[in-house]
Design a protein around this ligand. Structure first.
Ligand SMILES: C[S@@+](CC[C@H](N)C(=O)[O-])C[C@H]1O[C@@H](n2cnc3c(N)ncnc32)[C@H](O)[C@@H]1O
Length: 285
């Protein structure tokens, strides 16, 4: 029987290099990279080897173990994270925000103009999620949103820079942002890459982008009215997911809402959260 053809690669990619990198990334980020992700990892890290003029993955692993390792680790993490996102992704989450969460907040602000409303977009990627939240918040609360804030965090510094800039390909925005919001909160600009849109300052100022590894300490004080952690936990194992959900519960007000991604669900925490419909959970007070 013919032997399966060995793939010809630009760089040698041994099992032990994959294992070293997968263990390192799991330890630092919680992201689980099993054998099936081997090709993906090669493809994403190969650019780092070229940029550093490193000749093999064995040498790249040594580089990470060496004195430049800490700096390089940031690049490794940026390369490995999956940042797929979109404006108004899983639209029913934003309907729930508009119809169920924000109207009582508006009443509270009427009674007490100092009332603070806080949302956390945990694993915000390049900003489309927090900008979608901010547009809905602006629509329902109007000027009353001035004391309200969205914290947007991610591990990956590249996507955070993109989020802070708030500038995106125009075609993509036209396909995903409701027309009313496009008209009121964005401006078209011409760039060398083609038409883009910029998010307006009244929306930008509602959001603070910060780098945060969800596995590390969380420096925030106080609690949140809602936390969006969508399509992030899917990359973690069950134990890490459970720990994270327990920590979110501590950071939510009684009655606060936790949003998760469409393929994620909160198992075995039914004594803390009650389902409010598809992938929306309320903390039981
Ligand atoms: C697929 S994106 C989800 C973006 C957005 N929440 C959405 O649903 O459209 C997952 C994000 O989680 C971030 N992430 C992965 N592990 C993380 C960790 N340990 N701490 C913080 N962010 C992390 C990635 O950098 C990535 O931007």
């Amino acid at each position: 029987m013919a032997k399966p053809a060995t793939k010809v690669r630009e760089f040698e990619w041994r099992d032990q290099d994959f294992e070293f990198l997968a263990n390192l990334l799991y330890e630092k980020t919680g992201i689980v990279l099993n054998e099936k992700k081997k090709e993906m990892m090669y493809g994403r890290l190969v650019r780092r080897l070229r940029a550093l003029d490193i000749k093999s993955f064995a040498n790249y692993c040594d580089y990470l173990r060496g004195s430049s390792g800490n700096v390089e680790l940031g690049f490794t993490l940026n390369a490995i994270t999956t940042n797929t996102t979109n404006f108004f992704r899983e639209n029913h989450h934003f309907d729930y925000l508009r119809d169920k969460i924000l109207p009582p907040v508006r009443k509270q602000i009427d009674q007490n103009p100092e009332h603070h409303f806080r949302i956390w977009s945990a694993g915000c990627s390049s900003g489309q999620e927090p900008y979608s939240i901010a547009m809905v918040m602006h629509k329902v609360l109007g000027k009353k949103a001035q004391n309200s804030k969205i914290l947007a965090t991610d591990l990956d510094s590249n996507v955070l820079d993109k989020g802070k800039r708030g500038q995106y390909e125009a075609k993509l925005c036209r396909e995903t942002i409701p027309r009313l919001f496009l008209a009121s909160h964005t401006k078209k600009v011409k760039t060398a890459k083609g038409d883009e849109i910029v998010i307006s300052d009244d929306i930008k100022k509602l959001i603070s982008f910060k780098q945060l590894n969800l596995l590390h300490d969380w420096p925030m004080t106080g609690t949140f009215d809602a936390i969006f952690c969508r399509n992030v936990m899917i990359y973690f194992d069950k134990a890490t997911q459970k720990k994270l959900v327990m920590r979110y519960a501590e950071y939510l007000k009684p009655g606060g809402i936790l949003y998760v991604g469409h393929s994620e669900s909160l198992l075995s925490v039914s004594d803390i959260f009650k389902s409010q419909g598809k992938t929306i959970y309320r903390k039981i007070s």
